[in-house]
Design a protein around this ligand. Structure first.
Ligand SMILES: [Zn+2]
Length: 477
């Protein structure tokens, strides 16, 4: 049952009216047996917004924290999931129950299961066509945007092939051959030769120069991105991964939304057959690995700002299919109730995480990645105290967690990142934002879709079904 909002914001009203026609169109078509029935219409453009490591708990936390702290709707849940077609994906790879990002994105890009850490090659050694290869072959323009390195597992598996996701230099070479019209993110290191600033390539090649020679406009900062007018764009904003929102230098590194907007601008030029664009926020996953709820919150907001930009594009271009999804859950994220301390486990000594707890996240001014980097491998007690006082106001580090950090010891085999995981537990004890692991879990991924073909994604499906639908929608078959 949907309870009407007594005072819908003008934003909500705007989207409601914009999407009314779409809802009517959906009501008219049968949505059962979606895997076998063809879509009612084929989209010209497809925009996939992808939050690595996000499943339903993360999405709902985005909604909740955005409402309490930003006083604004979280469009992923409040528009795309609510008004569009909604589905779940099981994420199991070929060779395990728990998936990594390469295997998951490979399934979603190719429609085939692969082993963990493999990029779009099946266990019998076949390179199966990726979504971007298929799109390119159909004359569509293609774009890949990420806050990770551009050769990271997700963008790689949507376009390329490799026996292992760690073949960074080989993946960059494949990008040069594939020529995606837009390629943006971090990872300048494997575009530049070792010995030059930030360069790591072992063959002495300058691949940035090679892209420029193929007619690409190359942008290296936020200002350059904003003034970019080219139809083919290479944007490299960091040597390695781009920074967390909490640590980001806005002059150097653009937001996910700024990159998404620039990608749509570039891809809609000279585009008679439309385009396929993947926009990934990787910081959602990295924050999960670190058990860093403050960074997770800001990464989800940054991602949602990009969804908002894509929804605006979709509204102006209704022949566009917009998909919001993720590949797996990261961190076993568990907002919960807990005892205030160990003096008593009775209900009287318990708190239920609520508004005053999420408000405690707002004054945090450093990611747990940056905290680890700042403290180094042998943290001193003094440096730790100073860092906490400055960047984590209101938080107290208990003696047991302090010892873990100073001695660099973990308490459990499923927690691999000592300093971030211990500081994550410090935050959890005072806010109720607990975590079950520093790894991935099997919670199904969520898919929300709006636009032509959206109904294919409805219901509980396998992540390979996502890939099959994508191929069908791209090829029009
Ligand atoms: Zn991950």
């Amino acid at each position: 049952m949907r309870i009407p909002n007594p005072a819908p914001s003008s934003f909500t009203l705007k989207w409601r009216s914009a999407l009314a026609a779409f809802a009517l169109a959906l009501a008219g078509c049968s949505s059962t047996a979606v895997s076998t029935a063809g879509p009612a219409q084929y989209p010209k453009n497809i925009i996939i917004l992808f939050a690595d490591g996000a499943a339903s708990t993360q999405w709902d936390f985005g909604r909740y924290s955005s409402k309490v702290l930003r006083q604004q709707p979280f469009v992923t849940t409040d528009v795309v999931f609510k008004e569009g077609a909604l589905g779940l994906l099981n994420t199991q790879p070929s060779n395990a129950y728990v998936v990594d990002s390469a295997a998951s994105a490979s399934a979603m890009s190719t429609g085939h299961k692969v082993n963990n850490f493999v990029v779009a090659i099946t266990p019998d050694g076949k390179s199966v066509p990726t979504a971007m290869e298929v799109a390119k072959a159909r004359g569509k323009r293609i774009g890949l945007v990420t806050t990770a390195t551009v050769y990271d597992a997700t963008p790689a598996a949507f376009s390329l092939h490799a026996g292992t996701r760690d073949d960074s230099q080989g993946l960059v070479d494949q990008y040069l051959a594939l020529e995606p019209d837009v390629l943006m993110g971090g990872g300048a290191d494997y575009f530049l030769p070792a010995g030059t600033p930030g360069g790591k390539r072992k063959d002495g090649k300058d691949v940035i120069a090679a892209f420029r020679a193929k007619g690409y406009q190359v942008v290296r900062s936020t200002a350059e991105l904003k003034s970019a007018a080219g139809a083919k764009l290479l944007g490299l904003f960091a040597d390695d991964d781009m920074d967390f929102e909490l640590d980001r230098d806005s002059g150097k590194e653009p937001t996910t939304a700024e990159m998404a907007a620039a990608a749509m601008r570039a891809l809609s030029q000279q585009s008679p057959n439309g385009f396929v664009l993947l926009v990934e926020n990787e910081n959602v996953d990295t924050a999960g690995h670190n058990n860093d709820v403050a960074s997770l919150m800001r990464a989800l907001w940054a991602f949602d700002d990009a969804v908002r930009v894509a929804l605006e594009f979709q509204r102006r271009n209704p022949d566009t299919l917009l998909i919001v999804t993720g590949d797996h859950e990261t961190g076993g994220f568990s907002p919960t109730y807990a005892a205030k301390d160990l003096s008593s486990l009775s209900r009287k000594n318990r708190f239920y995480s609520g508004d005053e707890h999420v408000r405690m996240l707002e004054p945090i001014t450093m990611s747990l990645s940056k905290a680890r980097e700042t403290l180094g491998r042998k943290p001193s007690g003094e440096a730790l105290d100073q860092l906490l006082a400055r960047h984590f106001p209101g938080f107290t580090l208990d003696a047991d967690l302090r010892e873990l950090i100073l001695k660099q010891r973990t308490v459990e085999r499923s927690f691999s990142y000592i300093t971030p995981n211990a500081l994550g537990r410090m935050v959890a004890r005072q806010t109720g934002y607990y975590w079950g692991t520093s790894g991935h879990t099997t919670e199904p991924s969520v898919v929300g879709a709006i636009g032509p073909g959206a109904e294919l994604f409805r219901g509980y499906q396998d992540n390979t079904d996502f890939g099959k639908h994508l191929h069908r929608l791209i090829t029009g078959k």
